[in-house]
Write a protein that binds this ligand. Structure first.
Ligand code: SF4
Length: 225
């Protein structure tokens, strides 16, 4: 995929700033294990203390949506995940998602939960993070997103401590989230023992899905894997 020259990029209404596009296995959520093309958009207004994609905060290159679709098609996978950074921090992400759905892909969106999701194509499975106190970005949660969720979507909590777990449990109950869509609890990679989180969920008979991020187990979280 060729980056746009700066002048052409500035003039194009269909450009997005992209950090990387690559084929891998989906590492988490409902489509875990499927060969998936990841489209990683550049930029994020949050700074979660555990962030594993800080390399996507800056840089990247401008690309036309047509070119992005061409590159995605070249990988030959049925699943496409638009991620970041925070992909919705670029408004044209909405158009990209629509075009990917129109092209017939199974499309998912990984979003921080801090930006309005109301304009996202309803064919997209939205994986909405709810930031816990341990993330250091809990104040960024846009609670008005929660009533927009449907069974096609998923909610994810990255749990950093027992306090985070208790907080997340309270949020799930308060908003009745498990009646709406799948709720995923994931241990923060180096901060709690995954088996502790698993034990807490089992002890509480909590109707949430425990998950470990497959790409970290397989490839130790290398960029582009
Ligand atoms: S929202 Fe995601 S990309 Fe942004 S800082 Fe948090 S973990 Fe990193």
């Amino acid at each position: 995929m060729n980056a746009l020259p700066a002048e052409a990029a500035a003039a194009s209404p269909d450009r997005l700033r992209i950090t990387e596009i690559f084929l891998s296995l989906q590492g988490e959520a409902r489509s875990i294990g499927w060969p998936t093309v990841f489209v990683r958009l550049t930029g994020c207004p949050l700074r979660c203390q555990y962030c594993d994609t800080a390399y996507a905060f800056h840089g990247g290159e401008w690309h036309q949506i047509d070119d992005i679709l061409e590159e995605v098609a070249g990988h030959g996978a049925r699943h496409v995940c638009v991620t970041g950074g925070e992909p919705l921090s670029q408004k044209r992400c909405i158009g990209l998602l629509q075009r990917l759905c129109d092209a017939g892909y199974e499309v998912s969106l990984e979003t921080s939960g801090a930006i309005d999701i109301s304009q996202v194509d309803t064919r997209v499975s939205r994986i909405l993070d709810i930031k816990t106190p341990g993330s250091m970005e809990v104040h960024r949660n846009l609670w008005s997103n929660l009533p927009l969720l449907t069974p096609h979507d998923q909610v994810k909590f990255v749990i950093c401590s027992r306090e985070d777990y208790d907080w997340a449990k309270g949020v799930v109950a308060e908003h009745g989230l498990t009646a709406v869509c799948d709720v995923l609890f994931s241990p923060s990679f180096t901060q709690i023992k995954p088996s502790d989180l698993a034990d807490w969920i089992v002890a509480d008979k909590l109707p949430v899905r425990f998950q470990l991020q497959l790409h970290k187990i397989l490839w130790n979280d290398e960029p582009g894997r």
